[in-house]
Design a protein around this ligand. Structure first.
Ligand code: MOS
Length: 747
């Protein structure tokens, strides 16, 4: 029985999450749940103006309040050495300098931390923070995107490097669509959206010594956070320890370091005690990034029989005045459809707001809303079924890089999705299908995202008890990373999953890239597999050294660690008790690395998805109900059917939110968000979401990485919002080009 299980690979199984029990029983500890001896609490005081200077800060009352240890601001903050250098390094794609907390009297956005109060209880810190009063020298702020759009500029990254993927792109002729036989031209608006994961951002900062910092921090990048803080404080990386064992969702807002983290570290320095700081839900709206407000324009032309002849696509995304946040909004347009002429222009617009950050699907999701809406508009102009139109313009090669795809099963996804949604019921003429009073519409949207693979390392240690502990400094923000890693390791080692323990979320572990861009299973999974192979080879060496015959020429794939023995397939006599092999050793430890190879130059690697929806729109109230969702993905090997399926469902929910509800509203008089809780900022609830029917092609990609995976997290959302917008058009004849599609826009 056991033997059978082992021979049947665990990769692919819908295995339950290895940390599921801990999560549902409260055993999982999130960063705000760490309590250190002598720990105190910090609460931020935030600016109430969007731009200007702090003229004076009244802190006396707060300082006198009971339990208060310190009120820290630019007036008395310990100096952060990295701030002075003015070349503060930041993550790729965010040029500029992250906000220098308590550095000077300048205010760059409404809600910027201007002081922090540290007290011996949270309640005392909260109360004292309310006693801090600021006087400002206010300057005129600009937070209105439309009013400032002429100030948009080419990001420095593109200015400095013509080959940057943010640079202006021209294939064939620029603006060719203008002379096309059939053409459309339209503008699209993506409003600001906020990640709002369930768990709010929090940190416990502890200076263990003058130059030794430990943080329990909500992040998607323990190594990136470690580097950022080491540079801030000008201390060796090894002196910074970042722990993020559990992360309660993030959607991208843990891919950058934020002011509250620095504020807590400064506080801990000042009071020389561990300090806990957790953001309020309100602060989550303006301090930890957001999907930036983005304006887009698309022009497209086609021949009367449906061949696209030109696409021009421009985008302008919002950023802050101190960082150049950029994203790949126009990528899909460059490579998705066969068109001899494509040109794209990407610009950013700096406003007096905090810095945005990638939010699930990031720029590609914003870009796909415009592109996939435009494709639907074009199909309609041609009086053609949008599936037929997409198939006519399907590409079997990447037209941007002029390379073959590593794999592309988008046709299969579209065919399967069309069948499942009941596409044959769709009529070309909007408003043709009704159920009772409700108008019924069908829509689709295609998504794609680079099948990323970044260098990662893992350590595998075989313990005396026969268990294998594997470590890598990734996080698990919810996709089930730990579970997938256990499955990968179990297969490689030839053991049952219960024999494998995967540890993550600690900067002391071997290198892992940040958990973003749908790259974790590909990158860390490949490293885990490599570490398991290396472990078997090490055991083989031990066996040979101990004089066991039969192992000399054994290949790693024929070795396994089943049932406490090193075994060789096809040679029943070649088995050794692991205990014997390990005699005199506490454990056998190996570390291995996986990184992308030459294949990346020969093939273009993307995941693909298509989302189909059926919507019902009420003609009197404008209410949109999503009645049916089918999400199909070509994401290479599916390591875990259940957790991967959860990704598609989560992405669909996020996409419905993007399409119908999510909108962070700024009051430009103050440059401040008026949506600041989950009552006013709407996200889908269970009643808004029907069953999500999911389909994976589940064919390994032979070139992306040893596992054949391509990534799921982003494509789960990319293309969902236009699917809904297109379905709403099919139901009503109303083309909504500014998200979200709220009832007022349909009346
Ligand atoms: Mo994702 S936006 O790469 O967390």
């Amino acid at each position: 029985m056991k033997q059978e299980q082992i021979q049947d690979p665990f990769v692919g199984d819908p295995m339950n999450r290895v940390d599921g029990r801990l999560k549902v029983t409260g055993g999982a500890r999130y960063s705000a749940e760490f309590n250190l001896p002598n720990m105190v609490h910090a609460v931020l005081v935030t600016s109430t103006i969007a731009k200007g200077r702090i003229k004076s800060l009244e802190t006396k009352a707060a300082e006198r309040a009971s339990g208060v240890l310190a009120v820290i601001s630019h007036l008395n903050s310990p100096k952060v050495p990295g701030f002075a250098q003015n070349d503060h390094p930041s993550e790729p794609s965010t040029g500029g300098q992250p906000l220098r907390v308590f550095y000077d009297d300048k205010v760059y956005s409404n809600g910027q931390p201007i002081a922090v109060v540290v007290a011996n209880t949270f309640e005392r810190a909260l109360y004292a923070a309310s006693l801090v009063k600021a006087q400002y020298e206010q300057e005129k702020h600009e937070t209105d995107f439309e009013a400032n759009v002429e100030n948009a500029f080419l990001p420095s990254q593109a200015k400095n490097n013509k080959n940057s993927n943010l640079a202006d792109y021209v294939r064939g002729k620029e603006n060719a669509y203008k002379t096309g036989a059939v053409k459309i031209e339209a503008e699209y608006v993506q409003p600001t959206e906020v990640h709002n994961p369930m768990e709010m951002q929090s940190i416990v900062a502890h200076w263990e010594a003058e130059d030794k910092l430990t943080v329990y921090d909500k992040t998607q990048a323990v190594k990136g956070t470690q580097s950022a803080f080491a540079k801030d404080w000008n201390i060796p990386k090894e002196n910074v320890k970042v722990i993020a064992t559990f992360v309660g969702g993030a959607f991208g807002n843990g891919l950058h370091t934020w002011p509250h983290e620095t504020a807590a570290i400064i506080s801990a320095k000042k009071v020389n005690r561990p300090v806990k700081l957790m953001l309020t839900r309100e602060q989550m709206f303006f301090m930890v990034g957001y999907r930036p407000h983005t304006w887009q324009k698309i022009g497209m032309s086609a021949t009367p029989d449906g061949k696209i002849t030109g696409i021009s696509h421009e985008a302008i995304g919002q950023t802050s005045s101190y960082e150049e946040f950029t994203e790949s909004t126009l990528q899909q347009t460059k490579m998705m459809y066969e068109s001899p002429n494509v040109d794209t222009r990407y610009r950013i617009l700096a406003l007096d707001v905090s810095t945005p950050i990638w939010m699930r699907g990031p720029g590609e999701a914003t870009g796909a809303f415009a592109l996939e809406s435009a494709v639907d508009e074009m199909a309609f102009a041609l009086n053609m079924d949008p599936i037929v139109f997409r198939m006519i313009n399907h590409t079997d090669r990447d037209p941007e890089k002029n390379l073959p795809w590593s794999t592309k099963y988008l046709r299969e996804c579209i065919e399967e999705g069309a069948k499942r949604i009941g596409w044959e019921k769709r009529q070309l003429k909007p408003g043709s299908v009704k159920v009772g009073e409700w108008l019924v519409g069908y829509g689709m949207g295609v998504g794609t995202f680079g099948a990323n693979f970044r260098m990662a390392q893992a350590t595998a240690r075989l313990q005396q008890d026969g268990k294998v502990v594997i470590q890598s400094a990734t996080t698990d923000i919810g996709p089930g990373t730990g579970t997938a890693m256990v499955q990968i390791a179990a297969d490689e080692l030839g053991v049952v999953p219960a024999q494998v323990i995967f540890q993550l979320g600690d900067s002391a572990f071997p290198h892992s890239p940040s958990q973003g861009g749908s790259s974790t299973v590909s990158s860390v999974g490949s490293a885990v597999q490599a570490a398991c192979t290396a472990l078997k080879q090490k055991l083989q060496e031990l066996a040979v050294a101990q004089g066991h015959t039969g192992f000399q020429a054994a290949k790693p794939e024929s070795l396994s660690l089943s049932e406490g023995r090193l075994a060789l397939s096809g040679n029943a006599s070649a088995t050794i008790e692991l205990a014997d092999l390990m005699k005199g050793q506490q454990e056998v430890v190996v570390t291995a690395e996986a990184k992308p190879g030459e294949e990346r130059k020969k093939y273009s690697m993307y995941s693909f998805s298509v989302h189909f929806v059926e919507v019902h729109v009420h003609p009197v109230t404008g209410v949109v109900r999503v009645n049916k969702i089918v999400s199909c993905a070509d994401a290479g090997t599916i390591v875990n059917e259940k957790t991967a399926g959860n990704q598609l469902i989560g992405g669909a929910v996020g996409g419905i939110g993007m399409a119908l509800m999510e909108h962070a509203v700024l009051d430009h008089r103050f440059g401040r968000y008026v949506t600041k809780d989950l009552a006013e900022y709407h996200v889908p609830v269970h009643a808004d979401i029907p069953q999500v029917d999911i389909f994976f092609v589940n064919k390994p990609d032979p070139y992306t990485n040893p596992l054949g995976t391509k990534g799921i997290g982003e494509i789960a959302l990319i293309g969902m919002a236009p699917a809904v917008a297109n379905a709403v058009f099919n139901a009503t004849g109303k083309r909504i080009r500014e998200l979200p599609i709220t009832p007022d826009k349909l009346l």
